[in-house]
Each structure stands twice: as structure tokens, then as C-alpha cells.
Design a protein around this ligand. Structure first.
Ligand code: NAD
Length: 291
């Protein structure tokens, strides 16, 4: 039987509708809408697309957004001054600095400068520490998108073997933390799963991936995961977004759908969910800061 397609685009649309309804009800009650400040430095074409998509999603849900587009030769001091200004602005409930930054700017210094209360990307060390300790302020957007796809499709994770391929700070590492933790009212994304994280030094990647009830490649290598690397009936959540000959594809070969029980498409899987979770964090921050 061919695998079920886990439609992240449709799920993200539902989530956006939920968020839009909450924003509308705030505004109708006389409260200010959530606000997201987006900072883009330079002219990286991929970053420009990401920023445009995020702002469009804000518009669709009634979240205010401001774009601060700075030239590629912006100094670190200028960027830090802008972040200090945004931190102090009561209309701003989320600050997103689009990475990567030009080489003259220290990414870590910039992330550290964002007030953790409005760090909706969840990169600040305080927020990473809170996630690690099991009492998160926000969940990081892409890992949370993966968890939402599992939860909202009623795919159980407790006691099941999850194999994540990739150990980045943005995806693999926080996703592993979330899925291994016990779920609690303050940590509802906890997955209670048995988690393995594979990376470049795995001596036999296929031996690890074949163990997975839920396989999550987050690598950036087109079609790395072939059908023989997937356990029959496994669920594959494909985080990878790769451009091959002008077309997007994931880290999993499309033919894994012949072996798996469910797969996320690329595009239209985890990508739209990442943006939906960013909106959700911005709304949550607004509710926390403004009531
Ligand atoms: P990264 O380059 O920071 O990390 C990649 C990880 O994969 C590394 O930990 C590395 O050890 C591992 N790896 C690389 N080659 C490997 C191999 N042959 N075998 C095993 N492990 C290997 O990348 P990232 O930022 O985590 O992104 C990963 C992918 O996810 C990219 O395609 C990126 O575009 C995509 N991504 C998608 C979303 C989304 O919203 N869907 C968000 C973030 C990243």
C-alpha cells in the first residue's frame, strides 16, 4: 500500500486560521495585535524568499510585521543598536534575525542580544537551556513543526524508536531533546520516544535508519535516504529542502513512499509548518507580554 501523504501545507493553513481567529478576537477586544520585527542584512536571495514568505504569512493572520533591511556592509554595532531598539519597543513581540549574517558580524553576539522574551526563533542560550531542562519558553519552529505533524496526525511517539539524521542546533539537536522528553502540561511537545541522532560520523547510517519507527532526515543531501534504508511501515518526516536542477526535493528519495506507511512531501511538508510555528510563537509572546 502506498504511504499516506502527511500534508504540511494543509495543516499549516489550519493552524494559520486558528491563529488568525485568536488575533482577530484580541483586536476586537481592544488589545494590540502581535508584532514581529524581521531583520535582514544583505541580499542573499534565499534569505529574501524566506523573509517574504514569513511576512506574507503574518499579513494573512493579522500579525503586524516590520522589515528592517540593512545593507550587506552593516557593522555589528549598527545591528546591535537596532536590536536594542526593537527589544525596547512594546509593539514588538517577536524579533527574527534572518541567518546567515555577513562575515563581519558575529552571529552569536547578535543572538545573545535579543531579549529572550521575544526570541521567537528560540536561538538565545537562555531559551535553549529552558528547552533542555524541559520548561520551554518557546519551541524552535522547525522541530515544533515536525512534532505538530506527528501529533495532529495521531502518530504515537511514546516508546517508539525515532532516528534523526543531522545534529544541527536549528533542527536535529532540539528535535531530539523534544522527542525524548516526557510530555507535561508545560512541555506538551515531549514525545517520550527512544531517540537516536545520526550524523556524518555514523559508520553504518543504513543500519541506524532501518531501526526507526519514525525517521527524520535533517541533512541537506538530496535523496540521501533510499527505500532500502527505511523499515517497512515507518513514518518519514523529511526536513531537508534541496534544490536540484531548479526543483525542490527532500533528503528522502521519493521512492521511500513504497516502503513507508506515511511521508511528508517536499515541498509542502515541514516547510510551511515552520512558518506556522513562528506565527504561533509570536502570538504566544504577545499574549504573555500584553495579556
Ligand atoms: P546543517 O548543515 O546545519 O546540518 C546538517 C547535519 O547533517 C549535520 O549535523 C551533519 O552532521 C549531518 N550530515 C550531513 N551529511 C550527512 C551524511 N551523509 N550522513 C549523515 N549525516 C549527515 O543543516 P540544517 O540547518 O540542520 O538543515 C538540514 C536540512 O534541513 C537542509 O536541507 C535545510 O535546507 C533543511 N531545513 C528545512 C527547514 C524547513 O523548514 N523545512 C528548516 C531548516 C532547515
Amino acid at each position: 500500500m502506498p504511504a499516506i501523504r502527511l500534508d504540511g501545507k494543509a495543516l499549516a493553513e489550519n493552524l494559520r486560521a486558528e491563529i488568525a481567529a485568536k488575533v482577530a478576537s484580541r483586536v476586537a477586544g481592544g488589545q494590540q495585535p502581535p508584532g514581529l520585527a524581521v531583520v535582514l542584512v544583505g541580499d542573499n536571495p534565499a534569505s529574501q524568499v524566506y523573509v517574504r514568505n514569513k511576512r506574507k504569512a503574518c499579513d494573512q493572520t493579522g500579525i503586524r510585521s516590520w522589515l528592517h533591511h540593512l545593507p550587506a556592509d552593516t557593522s555589528q554595532r549598527t545591528l546591535l543598536d537596532l536590536i536594542a531598539e526593537l527589544n525596547a519597543n512594546p509593539e514588538v513581540h517577536g524579533i527574527l534575525v534572518q541567518l546567515p549574517l555577513p562575515h563581519q558580524i558575529d552571529e552569536k553576539a547578535v543572538i545573545d542580544a535579543i531579549d529572550p522574551d521575544v526570541d521567537v526563533d528560540t536561538f538565545h542560550p537562555e531559551n535553549v537551556g529552558r528547552l533542555m531542562a524541559g520548561h520551554p519558553r518557546f519551541y524552535p519552529c522547525t522541530p515544533h513543526g515536525c512534532v505538530q505533524i506527528l501529533q495532529r496526525n495521531n502518530i504515537p511517539t511514546a516508546g517508539r524508536e525515532v532516528v534523526i539524521v543531522g545534529r544541527s542546533n536549528i533542527v536535529g539537536k532540539p528535535l531530539a531533546l523534544m522527542l525524548m522528553q516526557k510530555p507535561t502540561p508545560n512541555n506538551p511537545a515531549g514525545g517520550d520516544a527512544i531517540v537516536t541522532v545520526a550524523h556524518t560520523r555514523a559508520p553504518d547510517l543504513a543500519a541506524l535508519t532501518r531501526r526507526a519507527d519514525i525517521l527524520i532526515p535533517a541533512v541537506g543531501v538530496p535523496r540521501l535516504i533510499t527505500p532500502d534504508m527505511v523499515k517497512p511501515g515507518a513514518v518519514v518526516i523529511d526536513v531537508g529542502i534541496n534544490s536540484v536542477g531548479g526543483k525542490l526535493c527532500g533528503d528522502a528519495d521519493e521512492r521511500v513512499a513504497e516502503v513507508a506507511s506515511a511521508v511528508t512531501p517536499v515541498p509542502g511538508g515541514v516547510g510551511p509548518m515552520t512558518i506556522a510555528m513562528l506565527l504561533s510563537n509570536t502570538l504566544q509572546s504577545c499574549e504573555r507580554l500584553d495579556g
